[in-house]
Design a protein. Structure first.
Lengths: 525, 379
């Protein structure tokens, strides 16, 4: 059993490592792709060589970043099979489809047109080239859509039915899977946050160049596009963040409770604006969850349901079976200990079904099938040893959520100011503090990356211990491997990806430094 | 045959097409393995930039091949990937190091140096084709695994697919698999030479590639004959309508005889490959050999996939428990999912059409050293 836990932990660690490395590069690809496409559109419209130079400057950085995003992404797709083989069979009928569609519709679009984008300047017409640039950006977003559909389905399994004969979940509605509220809110929140990140990246790089007083016109041109994309991105990220919160409250109340460190909920629940968690707090131990907190009255009720008086369940409420309905009304559901019992009964019924199927007893299988499907929503609970096992890591979820929200608020302010300076450049040009603004812009880049990674930590840690919400915990999803094997590949990935990250940062910094020293402002129009 | 069976067969056809295209596009890896023959930086740059405009297609085809397998035959995904862990991990590592090498090798600030990335390309060029060949060979010659779906009910967490303790290492060192892998490697090198002759306008590269073509094709052809003989004389797993499986002697030979049209296509493919190679070697000014050889390769690989999975054949035989072998019937997605995916697959010809159009637009003028000198984006 201890060995099993190690395999689970190492498999989780490996997936987390590769996913976080991948996500370091993807948002810049998503956002910078749009920025480059807009710049090239302006170039084609104005025929200004300056805009062409600016487009090519950012395109080079896009290319370096794109390559490492591709490299780190390959592993993720195959890891579902290599490290999570039970999972691959249990839900492959549903989960595999978005991945295949991603390959057919998005990856080929990206990989074909990116070659035209980089090498086709003199081989295709300007309009064809522009179309290729846009199609590369659209392909990247399409790819994000399908992989987020797959991820959202793990958080909110829908459009499927369990088939005891094949011992797996099978799709019943592709539309329900692809267009679930979780999928849509996840897609828009994630992709738009990538726009914000790319906007900040452009502001930061331009801040550095302005600090060095290099290519100022080029910087202002870049900022005009970057700040707009960033502002649109962050505003829409906040709006879709609100939708995400409502969706999470509805379908993953435990995650919402962990995000807030909320153990006992109430009507008109306040939200923690700033807080320090009590590290010794355990569920049902009557200790105060916070050592210190500043809360906004009614905030969480409003965030979760858009009704400031609504009840929001805490961790202990949820384990006791108290939740809310779609309107935010208090609702009694099945307590977790009963769910565990249901789950175990289901496992026994399935074993009986399996025996009956082997002996060809169709009367038995037909009668068992209805019972199994009626209670299948509790199937995963049968694998838990105690109700408390269903509580995610509260401190990690709480702090990353609050970090994300705080930095998100700061980014709105930062990007709005950046946009103001684009249209009123004299404010910045004449200000004595201009140097500090540029430094702030540079510092904001890593801060935004941390914010973006925090969002994913909230989404993934907050749904633990489930690989598939309520249906399959991590410990059942894994492959038949030894901990040593997975530990070995974990460290290989850690070393290789870190080395690649160092190379990536080195090349991007050198590219920016080198290109900023060539004159991008004196090209004749 | 039921609609469900037709859909399963249709998706095996799609997998066959993706697999065949992947083998054709492994010419990129074959080209990378030739870097060792080129010491001059300008010639090396020509080769790398020629391949650099195609590497993503190979990469994407590999990813789509994986995704499509997951969607259509998830039990294979679950069993082979989770079981032959080291085999697949080595393949994946070799492709990870490829993905960044093109973009990084000549960029300023590249802290590890161009030679480092060229070495990574070389590693991928050798390891990629050989091990992908080994992985495909396991689908003919079998692997050490069992499948027990009810294991998922075990609260101690037993996996439904259990593999031998070496987790794929044993597959790499099985001579039949290795023979197949080495054959794929030399095929990739042969196709790479034909591609370079077509794509690069440089007399020195042209001459050296014709010389390399002679050597690589000279090794590939006997290896291919040996692989075909081994496959045709090997047993395979057949199954009846009830799904009961058993080992059948000369199963793949019997499949070719039962599916005579596959045999005809195989022979056409072989002739096209030999024609592409032969004409290029014999006519010094002929540069189009990649097309007949490439199409021939696709046809040959298609037929190999067909005899592997059609005609009631298990496409991944289990050496430990024959009833655990994977077939199109016991490993596929549900009828609903296959139907949905089939609708999506209508877009495949459209995708192939725009890839072909872009390939034409990008390659109708051949790559020269002058072009590399003038371009601001090169590898």
């Amino acid at each position: 059993m201890e060995e099993l836990i190690n395999v689970v932990d190492w498999s989780r660690a490996q997936f987390a490592l590769t996913a976080i490395y991948h996500w370091l590069f993807v948002p810049l690809t998503l956002g910078l792709g749009v920025i480059v496409a807009i710049m090239e559109t302006i170039y084609l419209k104005t025929k200004s060589e300056k805009w062409l130079a600016t487009t090519k400057f950012w395109m080079t950085i896009f290319g370096v970043n794109f390559a490492i995003g591709v490299a780190t992404g390959l592993i993720l797709e195959f890891e579902f099979g290599t490290n999570w083989s039970n999972y691959s069979w249990f839900v492959g009928d549903i989960f595999g489809a978005p991945l295949a569609v991603e390959g057919i519709l998005a990856f080929f679009m990206e990989s074909t047109f990116i070659a035209v984008m980089f090498f086709g300047w003199k081989k295709v017409s300007p309009k064809f080239h522009l179309a290729a640039t846009w199609l590369t950006a659209i392909g990247a977003s399409l790819s994000a859509f399908w992989i987020l559909v797959a991820n959202a389905w793990m958080q909110f399994p829908t459009g499927c039915e369990f088939n005891p004969a094949t011992m797996r979940n099978e799709m019943t509605s592709f539309a329900a899977v692809a267009l679930s509220p979780m999928a849509l809110s996840k897609f828009f929140h994630t992709v738009l946050s990538a726009w914000a990140l790319a906007g900040v990246f452009v502001c930061g790089v331009c801040g550095w160049m302005m600090l060095k007083k290099r290519n100022l016109d080029h910087c202002w041109r870049s900022l005009k596009v970057g700040a707009w994309v960033g502002v649109i991105g962050i505003v829409l990220t906040m709006i879709t963040g609100d939708t995400s919160a409502v969706t999470v409250a509805k379908y993953q109340p435990m995650k919402l409770a962990a995000m807030e460190g909320l153990y006992q909920g109430q009507e008109g629940q306040s939200i923690v604006a700033f807080g320090i968690l009590n590290p010794s707090k355990q569920a049902f131990d009557e200790q105060d969850p916070y050592l210190f907190d500043i809360s906004i009255p009614y905030g969480l009720s409003f965030l979760a349901t858009h009704n400031y008086k609504a009840f929001v369940p805490g961790i202990e409420d949820i384990i006791r079976g108290v939740s809310i309905d779609a309107e935010g009304n208090r609702l009694n559901t099945v307590p977790y200990d009963e769910r565990m019992e249901h789950g175990r009964q289901l496992q026994e019924l399935l074993a009986q079904y399996s025996t009956a199927m082997k002996s060809g007893n169709t009367l038995m299988t037909d009668s068992l099938k209805g019972t199994i499907n009626a209670d299948f929503k509790y199937f995963g609970y049968g694998y838990l040893d105690a109700p408390e096992e269903a509580i995610p890591n509260v401190p990690l979820t709480f702090y990353t959520f609050h970090f994300m929200v705080t930095v998100g608020g700061y980014l709105l302010l930062f990007l709005l100011l950046a946009l103001l300076f684009v249209y009123k450049p004299d404010i910045l040009n004449k200000a004595k503090w201009a140097k500090w603004w540029h430094i702030l812009a540079i510092i904001t880049i890593p801060l935004t990356y941390l914010c973006s990674a925090s969002g994913w930590i909230v989404a993934e840690v907050g749904r633990q211990p489930w690989t598939i919400q309520d249906l399959m915990p991590n410990k059942v999803a894994i492959s038949d491997l030894s901990a040593g094997y997975v530990q070995t590949t974990f460290w290989i990935f850690a070393v290789v990806f870190t080395a690649l990250l160092i190379a990536d940062i080195g090349i991007i910094c050198k590219q920016i430094s080198k290109k900023s020293q060539t004159n991008l402002d004196t090209v004749n129009d | 045959m039921t609609t469900y069976n037709l859909l399963q067969n249709y998706w095996w056809l799609i997998m066959s097409v993706l697999g065949a295209l992947l083998v054709f596009l492994l010419m990129v890896q074959g080209g990378q393995s030739m870097l060792i023959h080129y010491g001059k930086p300008d010639k090396r740059a020509l080769l790398i930039n020629s391949m650099g405009r195609k590497w993503e297609l190979t990469y994407t085809t590999l990813v789509t091949f994986g995704g499509a397998f997951f969607a259509s035959f998830p039990l294979f995904y679950s069993t082979s990937f989770g079981g032959a862990y080291w085999l697949w991990m080595l393949i994946l590592f070799s492709f990870v190091i490829q993905a960044i090498s093109y973009e990084y090798r000549s960029k300023p600030g590249n802290i590890y140096g161009s030679r480092f990335y060229d070495t990574l390309l070389l590693i991928n060029g050798i390891v990629g084709p050989v091990l992908l060949g080994v992985a495909v060979a396991t689908m003919f010659f079998g692997a050490e695994f069992t499948v027990t779906k009810s294991n998922i009910l075990n609260v101690q967490g037993s996996s439904i697919s259990q593999w031998g303790p070496k987790h794929g290492i044993e597959a790499i060192f099985y001579w039949k698999n290795l023979l197949f892998g080495v054959m794929v490697f030399f095929l990739a090198r042969t196709l790479a030479s034909l591609y370079f002759i077509n794509n690069i306008d440089d007399a020195e590269v042209n001459a050296s590639q014709r010389h390399l073509l002679l050597i690589n094709a000279g090794v590939f052809v006997p290896l291919f004959i040996a692989v075909v003989v081994v496959i045709l004389t090997s047993p395979g797993v057949g199954y009846d309508d009830g799904g009961n499986m058993e080992w059948v002697a000369y199963k793949y030979l019997k499949n070719f005889l039962a599916m005579w049209w596959a045999l005809v296509i195989l022979l056409i493919g072989v002739v096209m490959v030999l024609y592409g190679i032969g004409k290029t070697l014999m006519k010094g000014d002929y540069k189009q050999g990649i097309w007949p050889a490439g199409i021939g390769t696709v046809l040959v690989v298609l037929t190999l996939f067909w005899v592997m999975g059609y005609n009631n054949t298990a496409y991944l035989p289990s050496l430990l428990d024959v009833q655990s072998s994977l077939t199109l019937r016991n490993s596929s997605s549900s009828e609903f999912t296959l139907t949905v995916m089939s609708i999506v697959s209508i877009l495949v010809p459209f995708v192939l059409a725009y890839i072909a159009y872009c390939w034409y637009k990008m390659d109708h003028r051949k790559l020269t050293s002058d072009e590399l000198d003038q371009t601001d984006h090169k590898y």
